[in-house]
Design a protein around this ligand. Structure first.
Ligand SMILES: [Zn+2]
Length: 135
């Protein structure tokens, strides 16, 4: 069963009251240690789910956990140091909160825009425009 099938199934089994937010699912981080480096195996899947640019997500992740890191040729994120999946998941949740989910309606149908030099989150679902906290 692939992801789409799971999603369809989840949607059809979900009562309408749960609303559209059900379709926003970020995969749990799959991480493993490689020496002093934490390899984030499913980084690209996460970036796809977030609908954002991988460099932007990585930059946020690096700031959140306070380390250096880069994206390797396979699209995995490699972070210097030891970080467990829970720590990474927290950072990704924070990212979604700040750069993906609309603070007004909670839907992920947003894009990052710029207004008078300030970075804003524009919601395609409800039309809300809100400033993001960081640059
Ligand atoms: Zn909205």
């Amino acid at each position: 069963m692939d992801y789409e099938d799971q999603l369809d199934r989840a949607l059809s089994e979900t009562p309408d009251i749960e609303g559209q937010s059900q379709r926003f699912e970020v995969p749990d981080p799959e991480v493993r240690q490689e020496g002093n480096v934490t390899v984030y195996e499913n980084f690209q899947d996460t970036v796809d789910a977030l609908g954002r640019v991988d460099d932007h997500v990585l930059k946020y992740l690096r700031n959140e956990v306070g380390t250096s890191g880069h994206i390797d040729e396979s699209g995995r994120a490699r972070l210097t140091g030891e970080f467990d999946a829970g720590r990474i998941a927290d950072a990704i949740d924070d990212y979604a909160e700040e750069f993906v989910l609309c603070p007004e309606c909670g839907l992920p149908d947003t894009r990052i825009g710029r207004e008078q030099g300030v970075q804003i989150l524009v919601c395609e679902a409800c039309g809300a425009r809100s400033a993001t906290e960081k640059g």
